[in-house]
Ligand binder design. Sequence first.
Ligand code: UT7
Length: 334
Amino acid sequence: MEKINAVITGVGGYVPDYVLTNDELSRMVDTTDEWIMTRIGVKERRILNEEGLGTSYMARKAAKQLVQKTGVNPDEIDAVVVCTTTPDYHFPSTASILCDKLGLKNAFAFDLQAACCGFLYGLEVAASLVVSGRHKKVILVGADKMSSMVDYSDRATCPIFGDGAAAVLLEPTTEDYGIMDSILRTDGKGLPFLHMKAGGSVCTPSYFTVDHKMHYIYQEGRTVFKYAVSNMSDITAKIAEKNGLTKDNINWVIPHQANMRIIDAVASRLQVPMEKVMVNIQRYGNTSAGTLPLCLWDYEKKLKKGDNLIFTAFGAGFTFGAVYVKWGYDGNMK
Ligand code: UT7
């Protein structure tokens, strides 16, 4: 039997209209555009600020564009995986809400929670569904409304994050393209450094937890930064070496957009020039599970069939890894 690969056959994306600039932030907390640009590299981020709209709204917009661009028949979608840490509700899953909004009748759907590494883990999971031979068309979404858990009086975290979503379609191919390899890891020792203190089953919501701001992102930035630099750099170097990829035949590196200094470190470890690194952190900030597919969305036109792409991410958990993708279509043909 011929080997089946799972290949990405389209990209859709969505970012909310509202632009939160560094100037506006510097009127909210004690910070400056200069500090944010030199320490993080974010100029502005998008915020979903209309009441009553959550992550599924952005996921729906991205997935609808994907369906439109690819021309896929919604009745043929077999599965939907939504990677998010900011679901609309604890339950049901955001994926099930999305299924309804897209009018999917023959799909099963679930959420995948791996913080900022969600989309990377999602690529492996969605590809496995396709490679199994049992599912032919799988929608994979990375979507987060980070503004729903950012404390806009905490200058250490509020400049970093933004809201956004993007989606890809995965389909089988017998050609030598698609999700070629992955190295994924979880180091549960990361818990103390990056988490939300309340709202889960250990510490249920109460007046106390609200009064003490325990429903926001808690991050020990410097520690997370060190782990992110070393783990992302090591794991991208490892997947490159394993697959015979060097600075000469890597076409694109797609790093999680958390901090420009982390992105620079990953690129320099691979000795890949910055022209080959997808970067949109200036415009969107860290959209968590949204960063990697939003990079694809922004750069799709530049991609060519056969391009070698390395995705890498790092997030709470700690979760991290790298995925090697051989791109399956000429982006400017879509
Ligand atoms: O996506 C999930 C994974 N997350 C990450 O990858 C984030 C990793 N961490 C980071 O990106 C960085 O650690 C931060 C951007 C969060 C912080 O940058 P840093 O260079 O590590 O700053 P720091 O926390 O060491 O703080 C340095 C100084 C402190 O002042 P003192 O104590 O030296 O006087 C902070 O109070 O900068 C101060 N500071 C600020 N100053 C102006 C912190 N935030 C701000 C701010 N504006 N917004």
